[in-house]
Ligand binder design. Sequence first.
Ligand code: C5P
Length: 245
Amino acid sequence: KTICYTVGRPPWYNSHGQMKEAFLIGLCGGSASGKTTVAKDIIDVLGVPWVVIISLDSFYKVLSHEEHLLAEKSEYNFDHADAFDWKLACETLKKLKEGKSVQIPIYDFATHSRLDKQKTVYGASVVIFEGIMTFVCEELLELLDMKIFVDTDSDIRLARRLKRDISERCRDIHGVLKQYDKFVKPMFEKFIAPTMKFADIVVPWEGENKVAINVIVKSIKKQLEKRGFNFRADLITEHEGKPLP
Ligand code: C5P
């Protein structure tokens, strides 16, 4: 059955009309490790509505003219923790955790800049926050209810990144390799790999790992039930307009 939307009381309100906290999952891993695929697999198996994926990429800082010129030559360090607007990321996730709606910046990798428009997220019961450095900021780490690290071999990550950056991010092979050697690889060792110790679950990943996804989903469902989410009662199908049996 296609689950399209909920009616009446959204699942992030309890029977007294009080807002429930959203369940916040941090998904960390090196560039092109498969974080988005892991997030989508979790959502597919979880099978509940009101789940959103928020990317740390949305919180890249706006560059000055000089920084922009460096970025064009693959000489700007986008893999340093200082490249992100942590204040905005924390504020946004705090609001989402409280079940509030937020405006998320939209990042354009081709031009290294934020677009003029933003995306509105109207609150969620489960938030998956994915990015290369989701475990770096202490304040943010404290907000996370579950921390998952996607562990992918560096050769696989480089091969994927080459393909992706050329086809989707308007880069050339020379620039991608230069940026990888100068920033992506050393910064992974400096900022990302050391945060693996904060993870509750480390997922070895080469494109799929059904066992890990099932374990993660089971754990999420358990935690949601503890918080009083009753998705089955809230779900309706598009045509019937009635709760699922
Ligand atoms: O999607 P992914 O997690 O790979 O995105 C993070 C990567 O994007 C970083 O490793 C960084 O080098 C790269 N990046 C880029 N150009 C930008 C912003 C980020 O190549 N303008």
